[in-house]
Design a protein around this ligand. Structure first.
Ligand SMILES: *Cc1c(COP(=O)(O)O)cnc(C)c1O
Length: 468
C-alpha cells in the first residue's frame, strides 16, 4: 500500500470532512499532504500539486513562507496566547494600528474573531445593537444580494443565498430582504459592466426606499461574489450603495473576507469605489493563510454608541475564546510586512495580465460562456449552450472532471459548479500561470466533450456547489 493510501484509510476511518459528501471518497481519492513549499503542495507519495486556489483562498505568499514562519517562531517563544478581555499584548496592538492605517478613512476600531463567519455575525450583531442603543429598535432587518455567500453559521447563512448551502436550513434562518445581484454575467448583450451594475441598482434603491425604517444594514461581497461562482460587478454599484445607505440611514457592511488583501487588484475592493463602509470584515488572507482569524473594523461613531457606564448595559458582550491570538497576529504582521516591502499590489498587475493572456483563447471555446477577471481572480464559466448561456445540469458535475484532470497533471483547481477559476498565491510565476491555463484548457475540453448521463431530480438546487 502506498503511503497516500495508508493515510487515506486512517483518515476515512475517523474524520468527517468539510463541504463533502463522504460517500464520494469511495471513488475519489483523498489526498493527504505531507508538506508545502511556495505554490506547491506535496503528497505522501511525492506527487506535487500547484495550489491554484490558494487552499480555499487564504494563501497569498506561498506555503511555508520563510518570513511568516520566522515571525510565528519568534512569537511562539514569547507568548502563545492570552485572553483578550482585560489583557492585551504587543502583536494585537501593532496589528490593530496597522489595519486602521491601511484601511479606508473612518475605519478606526478593530474587533477580532476566529473565522470569517463569526466576523459576519459580529458585524450583524453590532449593527442591530447600534440601532437599539441609538433609540431606533425597529431597525432589525438585513438587506442582501441574491447569489451572496457570507459563511456557514446561522445568521451568516441567513444573509447568504447559495441554495446548496442554505436551502436545507431555511426554517432556522433570519428573515432577510433579498435584492437581485448586479452580477454582470447576467447583463444583456452589448451592455457594459458599468451600465448593467448601475441599472441593477434600481432594485436596491427601491428596497431601501420601502423598508429603510426597519433595515439595520446592507451586506455585500464587494466586486466578486466568490462562492456564488466568482460572479463579478462594477465598482459603481458600491458607490451608489454607499450614497443610498447614507441617505436612508442604513449601515453598509463590506464582506471582504475573500476579496481583501489584493484579490481584486487593489488592497481592498472598496478602494475602487472610493468609499468607506461602516463595517469592513476581513479574514482568509489576513494571516497569509496560516492561522484562523478575522477582523471587523468599524467607525468611531459605531463604537461611541456602545461606550457608557456598565450599568446602562450598552456594551457589546460578545466573545470568542481565541480572540486576538498572538500567533495569528504575528502571522498577519509578517503578511502586511511582505505587502509593504515587496510592493505586491503593483507587482501583481503583471501577473493579472498574464492570467488574462494565458486564458484569452478560452473565450472562443464552444462550451465557455465567459472568461471574466477582476485583478487576481479569473473565472471561466462552462455552459451546455454558449449562445443562450444554458448551464449544465448541476448533477452532471462537469467541474469535478476538471478537478480530477488537474490533479493528474499536478494542479489543485477546484471548480465551483461549472466555474473553473484561478485564485493563486501572489508568488506564482508567469510560467506557472501558463501551466495552469494549459491544464484548465485540457480539463475543460475533457469535461465538455463527455456525455454525462445522470438521473435528473427536479427541485434540487439550481445554484453552484463545491466542488463541481
Ligand atoms: C469564506 C468566506 C466567509 C466565511 O469565512 P469562514 O472563515 O469560512 O467562516 C464569509 N464570507 C465570504 C465572502 C467568504 O468567502
Amino acid at each position: 500500500m502506498s503511503l497516500n493510501d495508508s493515510w487515506m484509510r486512517r483518515d476515512l476511518a475517523v474524520l468527517w470532512h468539510p463541504c463533502t459528501q463522504m460517500k464520494d471518497h469511495e471513488q475519489l481519492p483523498l489526498i493527504p499532504i505531507r508538506r508545502g513549499e511556495g505554490v506547491w503542495l506535496e503528497d505522501f507519495d511525492g506527487k506535487r500539486y500547484l495550489d491554484a486556489v490558494s487552499s480555499w483562498w487564504v494563501n497569498v505568499f506561498g506555503h511555508a513562507n520563510p518570513r511568516i514562519n520566522q515571525r510565528i517562531k519568534d512569537q511562539l517563544d514569547q507568548l502563545e496566547h492570552v485572553m483578550l478581555a482585560g489583557f492585551s499584548h504587543q502583536p494585537v496592538v501593532e496589528l490593530s494600528e496597522r489595519l486602521v492605517a491601511l484601511t479606508p478613512p473612518g475605519l478606526e476600531r478593530v474587533f477580532y474573531t476566529d473565522n470569517g463567519s463569526t466576523g459576519i455575525e459580529v458585524a450583524l450583531k453590532m449593527s442591530f445593537h447600534y440601532w437599539r442603543n441609538s433609540g431606533r429598535p425597529r431597525k432589525q432587518r438585513f438587506v442582501t444580494l441574491t447569489n451572496s455567500y457570507h459563511g456557514e453559521t446561522v445568521a451568516a447563512m441567513s444573509v447568504g443565498d447559495v441554495a446548496l448551502f442554505t436551502d436545507t436550513y431555511k426554517p432556522l434562518l433570519l428573515d432577510t430582504l433579498k435584492v437581485p445581484s448586479p452580477d454582470c454575467y447576467l447583463r444583456p448583450e452589448g451592455m457594459s459592466w458599468e451600465e448593467h451594475s448601475r441599472h441593477m441598482f434600481a432594485h436596491m434603491e427601491q428596497t431601501l426606499a420601502e423598508h429603510h425604517e426597519e433595515v439595520a444594514a446592507v451586506i455585500v461581497e464587494p466586486l466578486i461574489q466568490g462562492a456564488g461562482g466568482m460572479r463579478m460587478y462594477h465598482p459603481i454599484y458600491l458607490k451608489l450603495l454607499r450614497e443610498a445607505c447614507d441617505r436612508y440611514e442604513v449601515h453598509l457592511i463590506h464582506d471582504e473576507i475573500a476579496v481583501g488583501f489584493g484579490r481584486t487588484g487593489t488592497m481592498f475592493a472598496c478602494e475602487q469605489a472610493g468609499i468607506s463602509p461602516d463595517f469592513l470584515c476581513l479574514s482568509k488572507a489576513l494571516t497569509g493563510g496560516y492561522l484562523p482569524m478575522a477582523a471587523v473594523i468599524t467607525t468611531d461613531r459605531l463604537y461611541q454608541a456602545f461606550y457608557d457606564d456598565y450599568s446602562t448595559l450598552r456594551a457589546f458582550l460578545h466573545s470568542h475564546t481565541y480572540t486576538g491570538n498572538p500567533l495569528a497576529c504575528a502571522a498577519a504582521l509578517a503578511t502586511l510586512d511582505i505587502f509593504a516591502e515587496d510592493n505586491v499590489i503593483e507587482a501583481n498587475k503583471a501577473l493579472a495580465a498574464r492570467m488574462a493572456s494565458a486564458t484569452a483563447h478560452l473565450a472562443d471555446h464552444p462550451h465557455v460562456a465567459e472568461v471574466r477577471q477582476t485583478g487576481m481572480a479569473l473565472a471561466i464559466e462552462m455552459v451546455q449552450d454558449k449562445a443562450s448561456k444554458t448551464a449544465y445540469p448541476w448533477q452532471e458535475r462537469r467541474g469535478l472532471q476538471v478537478y480530477q484532470h488537474a490533479l493528474k497533471r499536478g494542479a489543485l483547481l477546484r471548480p465551483l459548479g461549472s466555474v473553473v477559476y484561478f485564485l493563486p498565491p501572489y508568488t506564482i510565476t508567469p510560467e506557472q500561470i501558463d501551466f495552469l491555463a494549459e491544464v484548465a484548457s485540457e480539463g475543460i475540453d475533457i469535461a465538455t466533450r463527455a456525455a454525462v448521463s445522470v438521473a435528473l431530480r427536479p427541485g434540487a438546487p439550481s445554484n453552484f456547489h463545491d466542488p463541481g
